[in-house]
Design a binder for this molecule. Structure first.
Ligand SMILES: O=C[C@H](O)COP(=O)(O)O
Length: 252
């Protein structure tokens, strides 16, 4: 955890759930939210408005899982950043490895989307992370710093942008890097952010994602430069998501 930085626990619901399940989950998260970490949920697009309604009492932020780089136009099936802002989202996840893999999103595409998010007043959560082959080849750090260089727009730090480190091989697998390995990559990300954005880079939040569960969250969140978590599967169960948030070190 970075001193003085409010941690962020973000739930990426991916392509899961029904309308009824989404609103019930949002209500349960809001009811159980405790002071401490900032909480964020990112439902599928069709559920943004009802989930936003379920969160109307405040205390839990709403985010999208992607946006287009353009503000409007002939882009069938896509959603523009101003539309997300219009329905109450304040964050948007960008460059998730599933988007990079399923939709061929390059660093340049992610950067363009992040610029659109910033222009719309959304805080981008830009995801980076190495494949298993890259880790085994000892390339995790250069892969991640290369993705940062290509994906982060210049206005990222001024807007309080968030980086999420998600090793691709740890997503949904129940496997995680060792804590020293997580700490090493987060330290490298911090160094990269400071070298590009100077002092502002010291306060940006760096989330860890990849098989975060109630049982491993507290020790991961206690690591230096781990300022929260991007949670997939465990964010679909309110009790688990809230237990992860409860693992944030008390001193922060
Ligand atoms: O965005 C979230 C990540 O992809 C992590 O997913 P997971 O917690 O199911 O491993």
């Amino acid at each position: 955890m970075t001193p003085g930085v409010r941690p962020l626990i973000a739930g990426n619901w991916k392509m899961h759930g029904t309308l009824r399940e989404a609103t019930a989950l949002a209500e349960a998260v809001q009811t159980g939210a405790k002071p401490g970490a900032e909480l964020l949920v990112c439902p599928p697009f069709p559920y943004l408005v009802p989930v936003g309604g379920a969160l109307a009492k405040g205390g839990v932020a709403l985010g999208g899982q992607d946006c287009h780089a353009a503000t409007k136009g002939a882009h069938t099936g896509d959603v523009a950043a101003p539309m997300l802002r219009d329905v109450g989202a304040t964050y948007v996840i960008l460059g998730h490895s599933e988007r990079r893999a399923d939709h061929g999103e390059t660093d340049a595409v992610v950067r363009a989307k992040a610029e659109a998010a910033l222009a719309a007043g959304l805080i981008p959560i830009v995801c980076v992370g190495e494949s298993e082959a890259q880790r085994l080849a000892g390339e995790a750090e250069p892969v991640v710093t290369g993705q940062l260089a290509g994906s982060l727009p210049d206005g990222f730090a001024a807007a309080g942008g968030v980086v999420a480190y998600e090793p691709v091989w740890a997503i949904g697998t129940g496997r995680t890097p060792t804590e020293p390995d997580i700490a090493a990559i987060h330290a490298a990300i911090r160094g990269n952010l400071e070298s590009r954005f100077s002092e502002a880079g010291s306060a940006l939040r760096i989330l860890y994602g990849g098989s975060v569960k109630p049982g491993n969250a507290a020790s991961i969140l206690a690591l230096a430069h781990v300022d929260g978590a991007l949670v997939g599967g465990a964010s679909l169960v309110a009790a688990d998501f809230l237990a992860i948030a409860a693992g944030v070190p008390a001193a922060t």
